[in-house]
Write a protein that binds this ligand. Structure first.
Ligand code: TMP
Length: 218
């Protein structure tokens, strides 16, 4: 951990798992403790990335899974080159609302694209920088569908079997990389879930700042 500078943390999960709420709670906790960080979301976070996000989430025309995947990767390339990698090089903590595992789970396990192809492209756009820690918020597709409500974007509109493949895909990623990926039970109440998430992240942040010894962690 921390071999390549900075601290990179990502949050992942199927649509409706409560990820955005946890992301907000996390930012609030870090701000309250005076811990510096940069927060980005995918797809997005740059001018081009936000434009690509609109193309990806619109509902008026369809996209092939290949084009969809390449657009996510294009947005990621911009975000990595412009924000994530320079910030990590400066030793900053970067929080990502979705990152490489979303593409594995959605376009790979969900959409059936070659997982090795996705891994290779991810490797190229991220310069091989994996997150130091990834939280997967795991929730059943039925509960997630309830939470999503009725105003849905292009990906949210897909059927339950697609979302189930995505959810199972995430769990496979977690089994393959247990040292990087923590699976959290997202069925619990949001405050309890945040308590669990924070209890796992806090020691990692403490360790990071101890190593850098330039910030008193309280
Ligand atoms: P969000 O709702 O979490 O903002 O994410 C936007 C949608 O994009 C969500 O349905 C997941 C999807 N997505 C992919 O399919 N592949 C990816 O690589 C990323 C980053 C997101």
């Amino acid at each position: 951990m921390f071999k390549t500078g900075g601290l990179l943390v990502s949050l992942e999960g199927i649509d409706g798992c409560g990820k955005s709420t946890q992301f907000e709670l996390l930012q609030a906790r870090l701000a309250e403790k005076g811990i510096p960080f940069i927060a980005v979301r995918e797809p997005g976070g740059t001018a081009v990335g936000e434009g690509i996000r609109k193309v990806l989430l619109q509902t008026s025309y369809s996209l092939t899974t290949e084009a969809e995947m390449l657009l996510y990767l294009a947005a990621r390339a911009e975000l990595c080159k412009q924000i994530i990698l320079p910030s990590l090089r400066e030793g900053k903590m970067v929080l990502c609302d979705r990152f490489i595992d979303s593409t594995q789970a959605y376009q790979g396990y969900g959409g059936g694209l070659d997982l090795r192809w996705i891994k290779q492209l991810n490797w190229q756009v991220t310069g091989g920088r994996l997150p130091d820690l990834t939280f997967i918020l795991n929730l059943s597709v039925e509960k997630a569908a309830e939470r999503r409500g009725s105003s849905l974007d292009r990906l949210e509109m897909r059927d339950l079997s697609y979302h189930r493949r995505v959810q199972q895909g995430y769990l496979k990623v977690a089994r393959q990389e247990p040292e990087r990926v923590e699976v959290l039970d997202a069925a619990m109440a949001k405050d309890n879930l945040f308590t669990v998430l924070w209890s796992k992240l806090q020691p990692v942040i403490e360790m990071y700042y101890k190593m850098r010894s330039d910030h008193d962690f309280q």
